[in-house]
Design a protein around this ligand. Structure first.
Ligand code: HEM
Length: 442
């Protein structure tokens, strides 16, 4: 069957298109206290959000995306029958899913930064610009617009900045792997991965399981939207460096251990093609830095351990229980906070980490499954007493297994080096759609 053409003009550019590089980004959360003001805001937003068909930003130098939470839909007056048609995970919100997601202890919802995770979070705006200056002037323009609307209040802002070399706070190059999506015309980053059905990411199209997956109703509201799980993850960089020092005899071995944990060298070069030494030229080459599978070349994981972050998060063609293709997500990570200077081993108390958006059409079998089964389950990949060494909810017990001939080595388990300060499930639906839905729902 030929894939149906995607209605790109009704899909947010931020859902399908990778971001410009370099870039600065800001997340702003708004609370809607007045339904009419909220609806007027939706109308205004429809003029600034770029669509996937016209990726040039209407505001020229800044790309804006918008996502509504379940509480946000309620604040806009979406009727109950429609609210009930959204996925249960979305309706409950991420705080209520803490047990499934492994958010406990320091990462438990009561410890999340306020107002994150609360019922006040209605609308999340993401603004992206090539640099902080352009971003600030665009935000000022937006601020003027929503300040005129009494009844809509900005309650939180997080500025993000890409660290030098496009690296995240642990020092790894980020933003490499993106799935190819059938009918989007936007290439994926791995030529060996068959494009995924569009319905895996955008509501209203056939997905990998069904030709007609259920979508929120009425169709005019659900179609062409996506679910987004936002997470703010604090990273304990000093602890990560200590772990490497404590478990490797010298700096070369530290780098190898770091690469085994991630599945990539810090340059971005994959262990799959550079198993023994880093190759920074491969790391920055988009034709080579994601062009690999696991099954034929490395079934045991001598190069890329089964427990490493990228192999857990996307086992590609490796033998794992279930179908990998129904658990894929679009992932956008943006660093916040300054880098911890090279060589510093003491925590300086400054908050730094990643703001994430995980985009997909099925929260249960994509974000939640990956987070609970592949990230935090010890036995999924045939390894025991392990969680994802980079992003899992480890407590320092357990171990990290590195298959090696003649015998595998196991380093000590690592306590969680990330702390969830916030995550919340949101629906992103392109504002023009919502404005139309408003009329049809009245
Ligand atoms: C602080 C926590 C985290 C850090 C530092 C981190 C870092 C990274 C890095 C450096 C990459 C490789 C770059 C790339 O492929 O674009 C990566 C890939 C990825 N991460 Fe994370 N990550 C974190 C948390 C998460 C979480 C919570 C999830 C999902 C629940 C996740 C899902 C993924 C996925 C799906 C990939 C792409 C794998 C592939 O296709 O090869 N990550 N991460």
């Amino acid at each position: 069957m030929t894939a149906p053409a995607l209605e790109l003009g009704d899909i947010q550019s931020g859902v399908l298109r990778p971001r410009p590089t370099p870039f600065a980004a800001t997340y702003i959360i708004l609370r809607i206290d007045d339904r009419n003001a909220g609806r007027e805001l939706m109308r205004l937003l429809s003029t600034v959000v770029a669509s996937a068909a016209h990726p040039a930003s209407p505001s020229e130098d800044t790309w804006v995306s918008a996502a509504l939470s379940f509480q946000g839909l309620k604040a806009l007056g979406v009727p109950q029958a429609s609210l009930d048609s959204f996925s249960p995970q979305f309706q409950q919100g991420m705080a209520a899913r803490a047990k499934v997601l492994g958010d406990f202890g320091e990462s438990s919802p009561e410890k999340w930064e306020k107002p994150l995770g609360s019922a006040d979070v209605h609308l999340v705006l993401t603004a992206i610009s090539p640099d902080a200056e352009h971003l600030e002037s665009a935000i000022e323009r937006a601020r003027k617009a929503y300040r005129q609307l009494s009844g809509v209040t900005a309650i939180w802002r997080q500025d993000c900045n890409v660290l030098p070399g496009g690296k995240e706070p642990f020092g790894f190059k980020d933003g490499i792997s993106h799935p190819a999506i059938e009918g989007s015309g936007i290439p994926g980053s791995n030529s060996r991965e068959r494009p995924l059905k569009a319905g895996e990411f955008v509501l209203g199209y056939p997905d990998e399981i069904s030709d007609e997956p259920r979508i929120p109703q009425p169709e005019i509201l659900g179609r062409n939207g996506s679910y987004v799980a936002f997470r703010k993850l604090h990273q304990r960089v000093a602890m990560f460096r200590h772990y490497l020092k404590a478990n490797a005899p010298d700096s070369q071995a530290e780098e190898l251990l770091a690469a085994k944990m991630m599945g990539r060298w810090r340059s971005g070069a994959p262990l799959a093609s550079c198993p023994m030494h880093d190759d920074p030229v491969v790391g920055i080459d988009p034709r080579r830095n994601n062009d690999f599978l696991f099954k034929a070349d490395d079934p045991i994981g001598y190069k890329t351990p089964p427990g490493s972050h990228i192999r857990r998060m996307n086992p590609r063609d490796a033998d794992v229980a279930g179908m990998v293709r129904i658990h894929r997500m679009i992932r956008r990570g943006t660093s916040y906070g300054p880098a911890l200077p090279e060589g510093v081993l003491e925590d300086d108390g400054i908050d730094r980490g990643l703001m994430f958006a995980f985009i997909g059409a099925n929260l249960g079998r994509q974000f939640e499954f990956v987070q609970s089964e592949w990230m935090n389950d010890s036995t999924f990949f045939g390894v025991t007493s392990e969680k994802d060494p980079v992003a899992g909810a480890g407590d320092g017990t357990g171990k990290f297994d590195v298959p090696r001939r003649p015998v595998r080595i196991a380093t000590a388990g690592i306590a969680s080096i990330r702390r969830h300060t916030w995550r919340r499930v949101l629906l992103s639906s392109r504002p023009p759609r919502l404005a139309m839905a408003r009329r049809s729902l009245d």
